[in-house]
Design a protein around this ligand. Sequence first.
Ligand SMILES: NC(=O)c1ccc[n+]([C@@H]2O[C@H](COP(=O)([O-])OP(=O)(O)OC[C@H]3O[C@@H](n4cnc5c(N)ncnc54)[C@H](O)[C@@H]3O)[C@@H](O)[C@H]2O)c1
Length: 393
Amino acid sequence: MAEVKRHKVGIIMNGVTGRMGTNQHLMRSILEIIKQGGVKVGDNEVIMPDPILVGSLSDPRNPKALEELCAKTGLEKWSTDVEGTLENPDYPIYFDSQSTTRRLGWVSKALEAGKDVYCEKPTATNVEDAYKLYQLAKAKGVKHGVVQDKLWLPGFLKLRKLIQEGFFGEILSVRGEFGYWVFQGEPGGQPPQRPSWNYRKEDGGGMILDMLCHYRYVIANIFGPIKSVSCLAATHIKQRWDEAGKPYKCTADDAAYATFELENGIICHIDSGWMFRVRRDDLFVLQVDGTKGSAIVGLRNCLVQSADETPRPLWNPDIDQPIDFFAGWKPVEGEDHYDNAFKVQWELFLKHVVKDEPFKWGLLEGAKGVQLAEMAIKSWRQRCWLDIPELKA
Ligand SMILES: NC(=O)c1ccc[n+]([C@@H]2O[C@H](COP(=O)([O-])OP(=O)(O)OC[C@H]3O[C@@H](n4cnc5c(N)ncnc54)[C@H](O)[C@@H]3O)[C@@H](O)[C@H]2O)c1
């Protein structure tokens, strides 16, 4: 049997002790790739990640958290000397899933050190900085990628297939709702499900910055380029309790009501809230209405109703509604198995780095996400519609 050619790729993973870093990037992506024997790139060729977990001492939870994570995962390499690791040529890739305000500084350092970079969104807290990261990566001639995970969720893959097949006819509008109730963490109550920095603007928190980065790539890749945005946001819940059980003032928006006009005329509207109680199919649901049919798209499932199956409602509040509007939608069949969306994008990035395969979700796309968030914040402050200027490649 032919010998398998292995491309061992060292990856510096920073911020991997956090919620996203541990669950999505380490456990469900990199470790799964290692377990499956690497990313197959030919009959006898694989890419094998070789991670080192890093975290600077500015987070007092390091190094204990790093050591514990190694023990839990069976990995051996960790370090609190992030700068020193950046100088090590055994690790050509730098990955960052630290809390948002730390991204600019560390991704810049990694780019300066000539590393290929893969990182979480938002890439920065403002478009100027996000665009600077793109320009630096371009100047350094390195490869770069930004997490755009929702594109590989089963529900969204099914939606894209429906669009390709022409199911919708002309798409008219897309309406979405995202979010759930995040517990405030008051003594004696339920603990919060998200980190406290999410609710402090000064620490990079805020619904608009968090979610509009996602909506930018979902809308632009699936429905078309965004022409303009109008957004109203609010900090509905004024006080929460942090990880230490101490009360703090919420300074970031926890809900955003955003409308996007696309260049092709489609109108998208997405409501997002960390104080919504869920009565819908999933935590993020889009309804797509077209001339020939409509779809309800969740994270994993997708339901459709064609023009022929559309009920004929009549307005009569004097009788109970005779139509069961939740019936009459059919599930879209999919594949038997879908890989984790973060893992799918990791594999594509690793192939991009090692085999030079195309990868279009780089720091410019990341900057466009931050730009949309920034324009939405401006629209909210100025109470007006704003057009999105082009960010040049
Ligand atoms: N793609 C997605 O769907 C998605 C979802 C949630 C969050 N995110 C993004 O992922 C990033 C991390 O979010 P999270 O929820 O995992 O946050 P988290 O608070 O759980 O983790 C933050 C990480 O940053 C590190 N860090 C924070 N302050 C530090 C300091 N002073 N010194 C050294 N290290 C420090 C922590 O050690 C930890 O590893 C954020 O940018 C967030 O916007 C993306």
